[in-house]
Design a protein around this ligand. Structure first.
Ligand SMILES: NC(=O)c1ccc[n+]([C@@H]2O[C@H](COP(=O)([O-])OP(=O)(O)OC[C@H]3O[C@@H](n4cnc5c(N)ncnc54)[C@H](O)[C@@H]3O)[C@@H](O)[C@H]2O)c1
Length: 504
């Protein structure tokens, strides 16, 4: 018998020396011994003058962890109760704490110290069982809350028109930011952030798995803004559009989840509503009229289906954005009209009676930050239209607004024709984001247009038709790189083309 114990001890010792990982029972015993010892140390420190008078009691107190583990073993905490519910295990652990304390008292242990020991040992021993009982995903959830809460917010597409505003607002609020962007429009929009030590830029494609994994590491949340934007750019090459808008989203969500990131905010678009005669809300049927809108719908559905108890998404359907940004865009109707008015003195309106919702880019960034810092219960799996009812208007009304602002600088005319190409026509309800998140726009059309007109007047931009501002020109360039086998080699591996995410 003694020989078997000695051999067993020697095996355990050699395992420890070789740093072999502990088995689950060994780990539990070690944990209980440690908790028992901490209890003993505190109890001994509490009564050190008392113990000094009678060193015999030191042994009584030292015996307690061994008695505790022994009774745990006898009651089945390490064997038959190992997989039972925490309340049964807690009762058993309470039983062995009481038995260990009683035994110690019987052999002459000091009552106050024994009671103190019991109070110190039971909660951590029982709590650990509660945590172990939770499913693995819940552990990850707890770990991600503990580890990632102070991590950076990852903004994928943070160098873009909207992204650069989101980055600025997050940094302003003291939140560290990490940007993952393939810099289709250059590094310029990022310049002023790069010296900020709370801002980190990773240049790369969202489907480049190594970059994506690096970007997700320790992130507190993800805002996914990257992708091809607008109907004309998305119509250039359907394969590239699916790559940039669907596959990138899918990979970002999967890597976020597996990296322990809990929150994923996705940039969708009110374009998903397509054509509608009535004011549309989040639960209304979708009528996409372009590949761009279809990729947003497919991504929304894939993301909502990918949610787990430790990973959730919030879908934001943006109204048509306008306003100044570090990465200017003149393919957006509000900005285009302003640039036409200021440069040519002529606003060209096609499809004057089509309704469209608008939102200023700063307000949009505000909405994203609001969602990032909202209670998960309010935003988990939710879709919000982002805009403001006061900015629902026809294209002609928008042109008239721009005209009245830009008239301060020069004479401006409006020419009107039909738009057989763009059939989008929708007014959007923003009641949900207003009532649930208290969001409403702070910049209306006149102020936003005035700011842009002033920047144009002061020569802040190149000519509005310059190719650097053109999504179509930059997408055409990116498409040729995308079809280069060398470029493709370090992007995603081929994926199943029948996947629901690809909308087929
Ligand atoms: N601007 C709008 O009116 C509007 C309206 C509705 C929805 N949205 C959505 O908001 C998001 C941001 O729009 P934006 O106006 O800022 O566009 P943007 O083109 O200015 O910015 C997109 C950024 O994403 C980057 N990017 C593109 N593909 C990438 C990839 N595969 N990997 C890494 N980076 C990539 C680009 O380099 C760019 O910096 C888009 O998803 C867009 O569909 C915009």
């Amino acid at each position: 018998m003694l020989q078997r114990v000695v051999v067993g001890l020697r095996v355990k010792l050699s395992q420890l020396m070789e740093r072999q990982p502990l088995g689950p029972i060994q780990a539990r015993v070690l944990y209980d011994v440690s908790v028992g010892l901490v209890g003993v140390t505190v109890a001994a420190a509490y009564g050190r003058h008392f113990l000094a008078e009678s060193p015999r009691w030191v042994w009584m107190i030292v015996a307690m962890p061994l008695l505790f583990v022994g009774f745990n073993g006898a009651l089945g905490v390490y064997s038959r109760l190992r997989t039972s519910r925490p309340k049964f295990k807690s009762v058993a652990i309470l039983g062995s704490v009481v038995l260990a304390a009683t035994t110690d008292l019987l052999i002459g242990g000091p009552l106050p110290h024994v009671v103190l020991w019991g109070i110190l040992v039971f909660p951590p021993a029982a709590l650990a069982r509660l945590l172990l009982w939770l499913p693995y995903s819940r552990h990850k959830h707890l770990v991600s809350i503990a580890v990632n809460r102070h991590g950076p917010v990852l903004v994928i597409g943070g160098a873009g028109y909207i992204g650069s505003h989101v980055v600025a607002q997050l940094l302003q609020s003291g939140q560290p930011v990490r940007i993952l962007d393939r810099l289709m429009y250059g590094r310029g929009p990022m310049q002023e952030f790069l010296s900020d030590r709370d801002c980190e830029l990773i240049e790369g494609d969202a489907t480049e798995i190594a970059k994506l994994t690096q970007a997700m590491n320790g992130a507190a949340a993800v805002v996914h803004l990257a992708g091809l934007v607008g109907d004309p750019a998305c119509a250039i090459d359907a394969e590239f559009t699916r790559h940039a808008n669907i596959i990138a989203t899918r990979m970002a969500a999967e890597v976020a989840h597996s990296s322990g990131v809990e929150r994923f905010v996705f940039a969708s678009s009110c374009s998903v509503y397509g054509v509608s005669d009535k004011e549309v809300c989040e639960t209304d049927e979708l009528h996409p009229v372009s590949l761009y809108a279809q990729t947003k719908i497919d991504s929304e559905r894939g993301l909502l289906a990918s949610q787990q108890d430790d990973f959730f998404v919030t879908i934001l359907r943006f109204a048509t954005v306008f306003g100044h940004s570090r990465r200017p865009r003149f393919d957006l109707v509000g900005n285009l009209f302003t640039a036409q008015a200021m440069t040519d003195g002529l606003i060209t309106v096609t499809g004057p009676d089509q309704w469209r919702p608008f939102v200023h880019v700063r307000d949009l960034a505000r909405a994203i930050c609001k969602v990032l810092f909202s209670d998960p219960a309010t935003i988990r799996g939710q879709i919000f239209n982002v805009g403001d009812k006061r900015l629902n208007m026809t294209i002609k009304q928008l042109a008239e607004n721009v005209q009245s602002v830009c008239r301060r600088y020069r004479d401006v005319r409006i020419s009107v024709s039909d738009n057989p190409k763009d059939r989008r026509n929708y007014a959007v309800s923003f009641r949900k984001i207003e009532s649930e998140l208290g969001f409403h726009a702070m910049t209306l059309i006149p102020e936003g247009v005035a700011e842009m007109a002033n920047a144009l007047h002061n020569g802040k931009y190149l000519h509005y038709r310059d190719h650097v501002y053109s999504n179509v020109a930059m997408t055409t360039k990116a498409v040729s790189r995308f079809h280069d086998p060398e470029e493709l080699a370090h992007l995603y591996a081929p994926m199943n083309p029948t996947s629901a995410w690809l909308g087929q």
